[in-house]
Design a protein around this ligand. Structure first.
Ligand code: HEC
Ligand code: HEC
Ligand code: HEC
Ligand code: HEC
Length: 347
């Protein structure tokens, strides 16, 4: 090979190597989820799956409290939520939440340790609401969390601030930029929407508590806004992109493809969807409820550095619990060992 032809060959080889750099190393395995020929399958890589599973470290279970004893409400001075527990159960829960939320900082993360009943640390006010939220999830959202349920560890995983939270982003006032059109928060890629150019914040509208419509496909021919029946029959491109951005977040958050829930020839059709799509439907309603009833109203309790760029409180979405797994913590049923967090089970 002469020198002149070596250069293009070397160039082609490095371009090919660069192209392949984004590819995943085998092995890959696919699992069929729907009828033959409809492409409903999940592609998995056992090597990366094993790595993700190994990263999930469940904390040791705190030994159960001895039965009986006085109620915490009688023993302590300022107990507003967990007063139904016995003193033993109450102390067990305090030990567990320290392990789940603030293992490095200890009790002092939420307490003025000179005066445990003092409510002045903002973290204690937030944690009290978190106890109510966790029980609320386990009691009223069985349609989503089943018997697996959640503990503080599902979201916090040993950290005071869960790794995956979101804040609202405001629409841009001067959308034309060199780097692209940014109205509707488009072209502002971020990790929560799979780095796509679709709206950077589908969450405020679709998971923030308001009941914006996620369905965008028309259900009749020639869809036009029909003023006589008062309902628009077709969604705008922006609304459609919002739905797709949310769907990408959901897929990413659970570590699955669209076909985990849908038959992609008919995204809207429930009759061709998997049972997981029904779980997801309840999950969407649950997340809206958690954000509207618990997380957003905590805004006045937080110090300014915990708030978003527009002053709103940190909120939850699918990834907050799921963290890349189809079932949070790969389906580990921690709640079974902590029935203190499921009030309905307390006699
Ligand atoms: C993540 C926050 C958090 C951590 C960490 C925490 N606590 Fe608490 N603690 C609370 C909350 C919230 C309450 C109030 C519960 C209620 O109102 O039902 C409370 C109440 C108490 C009370 C009752 C005080 C009174 O007289 O009213 C005691 C005692 C207590 N905690 C002990 C501990 C101990 C000991 C630790 C460390 C092993 C600890 N807590 C760690 C959040 C926390
Ligand atoms: C559904 C997910 C979820 C669950 C379950 C959950 N939390 Fe939280 N928690 C959050 C989010 C989101 C925040 C806001 C993060 C922030 O403060 O920036 C938060 C914040 C907190 C904070 C304030 C941390 C800080 O430094 O600002 C404390 C303390 C806390 N949670 C304690 C608990 C306790 C105790 C439990 C269990 C009883 C619990 N959480 C269960 C999602 C959750
Ligand atoms: C975990 C399950 C799940 C995954 C994964 C998922 N979806 Fe969805 N999808 C749903 C649910 C549930 C709805 C209905 C939401 C509602 O009405 O509240 C929906 C609705 C839709 C709609 C609107 C259908 C209509 O009737 O207008 C489209 C389009 C869609 N999904 C596309 C996608 C795409 C594309 C992906 C992959 C990037 C995806 N979905 C991944 C559960 C899922
Ligand atoms: C508060 C924590 C929490 C949040 C937030 C959450 N989930 Fe879940 N999800 C769970 C738990 C726990 C399970 C396991 C339920 C079980 O074992 O039956 C689960 C199960 C599922 C499943 C069934 C998986 C399977 O393999 O059958 C789907 C689908 C799902 N979630 C979708 C979602 C979507 C989509 C969102 C966001 C809109 C979401 N979840 C938000 C806790 C959560």
């Amino acid at each position: 090979m002469n020198r002149a032809s070596r250069i293009p060959v070397a160039l082609a080889a490095s371009v090919a190597a660069f192209g392949l750099a984004a590819c995943e190393r085998p092995p890959t395995k696919s699992q069929q989820l729907g009828y033959r020929g409809v492409g409903m399958e999940q592609v998995k890589n056992p090597r990366t799956d094993a790595k993700a599973l190994a990263a999930i470290k469940l904390p040791d279970v705190v030994p159960p409290a001895d039965p009986g004893g006085r109620k915490a409400s009688e023993v302590y001075k300022n107990v507003k939520v967990l007063g139904d527990l016995t003193e033993g159960e109450f102390n067990r829960v305090m030990a567990a939440v320290t392990e789940w939320v603030s293992p490095e900082q200890g009790c002092a993360y939420c307490h003025n340790v000179e005066k445990m009943e003092d409510d002045s640390p903002y973290t204690k006010t937030v944690a009290r609401r978190m106890f109510q939220m966790t029980r609320h999830i386990n009691e009223t959202w069985k349609s989503h969390v089943g018997a697996t349920g959640v503990t503080c560890y599902t979201c916090h995983a040993g950290k005071p601030v869960p790794q995956n939270i979101w804040f609202s982003q405001k629409d841009q006032t001067a959308p034309w930029r060199l780097a692209g059109y940014t109205a509707g928060n488009q072209n502002r890629a971020n990790q929560h929407i799979g780095s796509t150019s679709m709206t950077a914040d589908p969450f405020t509208d679709l998971l923030g508590g308001a009941k914006s419509e996620i369905r965008v496909q028309a259900t009749k021919a020639l869809p036009m806004a029909d003023s006589r029946i008062g309902t628009p029959q077709s969604a705008s491109i922006q609304a459609t992109e919002k739905t797709y951005a949310l769907m990408i977040h959901m897929s990413d958050g659970l570590g699955v493809n669209c076909t985990f829930c849908h038959n992609s020839r008919a995204f809207g059709a429930w009759s061709q969807s998997t049972p997981q799509r029904t779980s997801a439907w309840h999950g969407i309603r649950m997340v809206r409820d958690l954000n509207a009833a618990f997380l957003t109203p905590l805004q006045p309790s937080y110090p300014p550095h915990r708030l978003g760029p527009h002053g709103d409180a940190p909120k939850a979405f699918c990834t907050t619990c799921h963290q890349g797994q189809a079932k949070p913590l790969a389906g580990a049923q921690m709640l079974k060992s902590y029935l203190e967090l499921n009030k309905a089970s307390i006699k």
